[in-house]
Ligand binder design. Structure first.
Ligand SMILES: Nc1ncnc2c1ncn2[C@@H]1O[C@H](COP(=O)(O)OP(=O)(O)OP(=O)(O)O)[C@@H](O)[C@H]1O
Length: 332
């Protein structure tokens, strides 16, 4: 992290009077995981997954989730899952009750990043799943807990959308302050299904400073705009590369492109995170859990705080299905 960034963050924290209650996590009752196949989880619905409509009804007890936030990017590989998991950790460390829904049906990485690979959600009735809980108390569900990567990778759009809605609807999330949804990259079926079926409080867009990533980030921003979902902020990830040996800084993917786009389009700019070996190692090392004490933890804490503050006076988006039914062509 550069000195400019640390100075800015220090300044930022100094100006905040953060209203958070102490942690109320109960670690005494861990969820018991049992190995159950997807077919059993989905029950009879499995039969009609491939041909199902995009407009699945919302069944989840939404009242128990205060805010649902989508983490999106136009382009793949820009650090959306990394952001989702670390912002979730930062929110949880502040005492919030947090859930993560890994909607990246085609490339779920949340199980690995939360050090929960190979686990599968328990179910008492063969349908409603108990989320998997991370060591920080984050409740998570992911297609990666249910099927082998190679199975989901070949699903067609409607099938993936249906699977996503089932993960959302048929997980017993319980009371949550924040449910973060890690979207797959792009502006396709799953993003539309989400926008049309789930009352989001808003979306966070992650991009690298690269032109090609920014063009796709703009598409994601416009998609959310068209379905009346607020973009809560834009994060510039992999902003600069700082050489671990000599400290030299290189703008591998360009410089401040996301910041400039955020300013030009009036999306709150949530900050920039360097391309850092420490972050890559932290995400890959499934044994290592604690975000605090890391040299990049302040960044995620700042994003988490900012989101929490932005959302504190905001109700969940008005959920008007009629209004949200926008034909796909208009979103392209
Ligand atoms: N700031 C960073 N510095 C170094 N490595 C990073 C950074 N952000 C993400 N990574 C690494 O880049 C890779 C891709 O990140 P991640 O899976 O979060 O991206 P994604 O946008 O969710 O990808 P996908 O499109 O596949 O869902 C991971 O190996 C992650 O550890």
């Amino acid at each position: 992290m550069t000195k400019v960034m640390t100075d800015k963050l220090a300044e930022y924290f100094n100006t905040l009077d953060v209203p958070f209650s102490p942690s109320e996590f109960d670690f005494s009752q861990p969820v018991v995981a049992s190995r159950i196949p997807l077919r059993q989880c989905l029950g009879d619905d499995w039969q009609w997954l491939p041909g199902s409509s995009l407009n699945s009804p919302v069944k989840t007890e939404l009242a128990s989730i205060k805010h649902i936030i989508a983490i999106a990017s136009g382009k793949g590989g820009v650090g959306k899952s990394t952001t989702t998991v670390n912002v979730a950790r930062a929110l949880a460390a502040m005492g919030a009750k947090v859930g993560v829904l890994d909607a990246d049906i085609y490339g779920p990485s949340v199980p690995l990043m939360l050090n929960r690979s190979g686990q599968q959600p328990a179910t008492h009735d063969g349908k409603i799943m108990q989320p998997i809980e991370s060591v920080e108390g984050i409740k998570a569900n992911s297609i990666g807990f249910l099927v082998a990567d190679t199975d989901a990778a070949v699903w067609r759009g409607p099938m993936a959308s249906k699977a996503f809605m089932q993960l959302f609807n048929e997980t017993q999330w319980g009371e949550l302050d924040y449910l973060l949804i890690d979207l797959p990259p792009g502006t396709g079926d799953i993003q539309l299904t989400l926008a049309q079926n789930i009352p989001l409080s808003g979306a966070v867009i992650v991009s690298t400073p690269q032109d090609i990533a920014l063009i796709d980030a703009q598409k994601a921003h416009k998609m959310f705009d068209k379905v009346n979902i607020d973009s809560l902020g834009l994060i510039e990830n992999m902003s600069i590369f700082v050489c671990g040996e000599c400290g030299h800084e290189s703008a591998l993917f360009g410089h401040e492109g996301a910041k400039q786009y955020a300013q030009a389009s009036s999306i709150p700019y949530l900050g920039a995170l360097p391309l850092s070996v420490d972050i890559r190692q932290y995400m890959d090392d499934s044994e290592e859990q604690s975000l605090t004490q890391k040299n990049f933890s302040h960044f995620y804490e700042a994003v988490a705080l900012r989101l929490a503050i932005q959302l504190s006076g905001k109700a969940k988006q008005n959920y008007d299905k009629q209004q949200l039914q926008i034909p796909i062509q208009q979103l392209q």
